[in-house]
Design a protein around this ligand. Sequence first.
Ligand code: 13P
Length: 249
Amino acid sequence: MAKLLVGNWKMNGLKASLAEASLIAASAAAAKSHAIQLAICPPATLLASLSEAVSGTGLLTGAQDCHEKVSGAHTGDISAAMIQDAGGYFVIVGHSERRADHHETSAVVRAKAQAGLDAGLVPIICVGETRAEREAGQAEAIVLGQVDGSVPDTFPAEGLVIAYEPVWAIGTGLVPSAVDVAAMHRAIHQRLVDRFGSAGASVRLLYGGSVNGGNAGELLHLDHVDGALVGGASLTADGFLKILHAIQE
Ligand code: 13P
């Protein structure tokens, strides 16, 4: 299975940022020859122009959220079909910032993931525990509960991605130990295999939370870690490509 490196630009990026994406796109073909797939999820305002700018390079694009409904009176929201129409391949759903800021429950996240699948997108479903939950020894129970609640009942082979992003590791420079990351990824895969059989094993599991060029080599070579979801370090081509180079070695 190819490794997947996805940049989540969050609420960052203006038209000038397309230049960074083009620099990243220039490395997409070389990455592919090392069995590494690159993707950028810019803010919705840039999705169409960025997708067009990198079209044909092998760099995939995606959105950071979608509405669960196909269309209708939902001011300010974006449907999965709109994302597909704008050139998106992935849609991130259930990021902890959306679960926290917009009170998204796992049931809502599951509906959004289903909407993405229905539109032909590949959902990247985010799960992760808070610091208090980890300190209380509940990390695995919380994460597996989110997996149970957020993953739709059917999906195409390799058509679904899950990102394990401990909330306390996002944007903090803190990263769980390799042992803890490996244990959580193994537990998630096991849970998926229990529910879906071999289809569960084909779900790619990304790690996210303070990934950079310095720690990516170790994290992305762990068993059951199929790639990374990268925030801050994906905002510049330099930061993102350092991660690529670390895992190409
Ligand atoms: P950072 O890489 O900035 O910690 O963000 C991780 C993240 O939330 C990606 O979705």
